[in-house]
Ligand binder design. Structure first.
Ligand SMILES: Cc1cc2nc3c(=O)[nH]c(=O)nc-3n(C[C@H](O)[C@H](O)[C@H](O)COP(=O)(O)OP(=O)(O)OC[C@H]3O[C@@H](n4cnc5c(N)ncnc54)[C@H](O)[C@@H]3O)c2cc1C
Length: 248
């Protein structure tokens, strides 16, 4: 083993204390925003920590582009109408983003519907929502260890731009996307479906596109037309292939 997982207990005990909270949420991505806002609105004193300088997680830092998963899949994309099936906090955030001018109406994507978001507006809406809910947010702050007593969670060690600090809390919500809290607690983690995960996407933006020429080549398929898929498969560059992913 090349790494040491936890800090020495006496070191953790000597750290200055940033505060005491009911709940610490680790990670300010979509899951962390939902958890922190909901927990705070239920009357809990909530601290949300995020290692980057903004909220939104991979939806923003990875320019994920769209909100997927709110709508029913369709048999025929050319005649289908969007049928929303997911509501709750996801719908509340969708609506706030839409009202702020940061989200399109639903657009067909393969056999389902998605809505395209603007990353800057996504960050602002998330920031406004957490502020209005009374969540304390620490940016540029990483959870580096947990504090336990008799295997029970008692708090965390954080690294901030001002240095190391400890925070006491009754509960933690792990929204790190990497199960960082679970791992630091020494509990079991797993990745994907026996290591097989969805193919990654490299997002980018282009301008000055001649849309007429683009569409006349690409067609109306919003993912990849068969001629593009077969070109990629011929070059063996299509990581979307389901088999063998775990070996890469
Ligand atoms: C390139 C790309 C394209 C995608 N395209 C789409 C799409 O089109 N539509 C769609 O719906 N979804 C898309 N996704 C998936 C979507 O972005 C994720 O499902 C979503 O962001 C997961 O949210 P999350 O809050 O669980 O985790 P994340 O978004 O990963 O957020 C976790 C947050 O925790 C922080 N963090 C991690 N560890 C620590 C720590 N120890 N201390 C402090 N902070 C920590 C991270 O900085 C991050 O901000 C895409 C993802 C990527 C990467």
């Amino acid at each position: 083993m090349t790494y040491r997982n936890n800090l020495p207990a006496d070191y953790k005990n000597q750290l200055p204390c940033f505060g005491t909270f009911d709940i610490i949420v680790v990670g300010g991505g979509p899951a962390g925003i939902a958890a922190a806002v909901s927990a705070s609105e239920l009357g809990n004193k909530v601290l949300l920590i995020e290692q980057l300088g903004f909220l939104g997680g991979a939806a923003v830092s990875g320019m994920s582009g769209t909100i997927c998963g709110l709508y029913m899949t369709v048999a025929d994309p050319l005649v289908a109408k969007p049928e929303q099936i997911i509501f709750g906090f996801a719908e509340r955030f969708r609506d706030a983003l839409y009202q702020a001018g940061g989200l399109t109406d639903p657009q067909i994507y393969g056999k389902t519907w998605v809505a395209t978001h603007d990353c800057a507006t996504y960050k602002r809406v998330a920031t406004d929502m957490t502020r209005q809910a009374g969540v304390t947010v620490l940016y540029h702050t990483q959870m580096v260890d947990v504090i336990t007593e008799d295997d029970a969670f008692k708090g965390m060690v954080l690294h901030t731009k001002s240095g190391f600090t400890r925070v006491n809390a009754k509960k933690a919500i792990d929204a790190s996307g990497d199960a960082d809290v679970v791992y630091k607690m020494g509990l079991k983690t797993s990745k994907g479906n026996d290591g097989v995960i969805q193919n990654p996407t490299m997002m980018f933006k282009v301008g000055n596109v001649d849309m007429q020429q683009y569409l006349s080549y690409w067609g109306q398929d919003t993912i990849s037309p068969p001629k593009v898929v077969s070109m990629l498969e011929a070059e063996d560059e299509l990581l979307r292939k389901k088999s063998g992913c775990s070996q890469r």
